[in-house]
Design a protein around this ligand. Structure first.
Ligand code: F0G
Length: 400
């Protein structure tokens, strides 16, 4: 298979075994390859296999992800459920091994890191990438260093990252400052960077879209709705759809809807001006995962929205928290950032076949749940049957 790194700005190419994340011109790099010799039937057959590389929802598509033999660092990951509730589909990426979609990109970036001979890997993170990096580094025997905005990531994500054994650098600054710092640190200190600016992360995250298309028996939906922060996923989804169409896996391209929180909306601002200018903001939102003001994959995400005739919307914290409550009450649950999808569906009035991608598990941000418990939902009582009877009577749920 013939693959290379290709600059989306100036078109220059580099070999895939060179350690680099951007072009000499500053442009973002993507992996380009010849049309892979594999068809949809093979993907179905692999779903029944017992081999980890076939069972992984990423490596099942390996011919179109990374040129590897059996030598991959896989948990395995992917194979997340597609739920249908009230006429909307929810692809729950929170069902990945570390509780977020990041595992799909991380298995590929860490496999590539080992292939390149790296001994240490790093990222800047709002919490999910760091947890995923730590888990895959542990599996691969690599040193893990994560840069997080101090005091700005959820306790659960921090604990998870520490549990898997990573070193945590708490940066006195926001995510965007941590991102700038980790890029410089990786360049100077010879550490391999596995943020989504790394084109191999994007290759893995494409499989979210391919797997949901496979779940739908390759009948393209009308809309795929995704939260937008650092814009890695938006970029990956655009590339996945372009390739799926080019390879003949789908005959129609769904439209992308990328949803931002109002307080962290630089991409929405640009979209509103037909992408006339790139914006940077001081980000603030309850959805800490997407508290990002200067997204690194901006240029790729613009291409993704243009190619899919997509849209970008913003939702307020109130709107996304109310959508989260709805998703939680369906018995599915997700973290706040993921709920921007349902909030976006409502705001945009999307109709037809709509797939919302839920990016993180409900337990990723327990604080966000505990701050929004209904009055009377938690009742402290004495250990007596009378107290139980009173409490149950007071709080009998209405039948649906
Ligand atoms: N949803 C969740 C749960 C996330 O953790 C992230 C990003 C996004 C959505 C946005 O995706 O950046 O590809 O546009 N989290 C990163 C992290 C920044 O460090 O965990 P994106």
């Amino acid at each position: 298979m013939n693959a290379h790194l290709h600059c989306i700005q100036c078109g220059r190419t580099y070999p895939t075994d060179e350690v680099r994340y951007t072009c000499d011109c500053g442009g973002l790099l993507e992996v380009n390859r010849d049309k892979p010799n594999v068809d949809r039937k093979t993907f179905d057959e692999r779903r029944a296999s017992r081999k980890a590389i076939d069972q992984s929802g990423v490596w099942r598509f390996r011919e179109a992800v990374l040129d590897v033999d059996d030598d991959v660092i896989t948990h395995p990951e992917g194979n997340t459920r597609l739920y249908e509730r009230n006429g909307i589909f929810f692809k729950h990426e929170g069902e990945n091994p570390t509780g977020s979609f990041k595992d799909r990109g991380m298995t590929v970036a860490v496999t590539q890191a080992v292939h390149l001979g790296a001994t240490a890997i790093a990222c800047a993170s709002t919490g999910n990438t760091s947890a995923s990096l730590a888990a895959y580094a542990a599996q691969a025997g690599l040193k893990a260093i994560v840069f997080v905005p101090s005091g700005k990531i959820s306790g659960g994500k921090l604990a998870q990252t520490l549990a898997y054994g990573a070193t945590v650098l708490q940066i006195r600054g926001d995510f965007d400052a941590a991102m700038r710092l980790v890029r410089e640190a990786c360049d100077r200190l010879g550490i391999y960077l596995v943020n989504s600016i790394n084109p191999f992360r994007i290759e893995g995250q494409k499989t979210i879209v391919w797997e949901l298309l496979q779940d739908l028996e390759w009948q393209a939906p009308d809309w795929i709705v995704v939260p937008a922060g650092n814009l890695g996923n938006t970029s990956a989804f655009g590339k996945a759809l372009l390739e799926a169409h080019e390879y003949g896996w789908i005959d129609r391209v769904p439209r992308l809807a990328a949803i931002q929180a109002h307080g962290a909306n630089p991409f929405f601002r640009s979209f509103s001006e037909a992408f006339a200018a790139r914006h940077r903001v001081e980000a603030e939102t309850v959805a800490s995962a997407i508290r990002i003001g200067d997204p690194v994959s901006y240029d790729k995400a613009v291409q993704a929205i243009r190619f899919t005739n997509g849209v970008v919307a913003e939702v307020t914290d109130e709107e996304l928290m109310s959508a989260k409550r709805e998703i939680d009450r369906m018995g599915i649950g997700c973290e706040p950032a993921s709920a921007t999808t349902l909030a976006g569906v409502k705001k945009l009035g999307l109709t037809g076949r709509v797939v919302c991608v839920l990016t993180g598990h409900v337990l990723k941000d327990a604080d966000a749940v505990m701050k929004n418990v209904d009055p009377g939902q938690v009742i402290e009582i004495n250990p007596t049957i009378e107290d139980v009877a009173t409490a149950v009577k007071q709080n009998a749920p209405a039948r649906p």
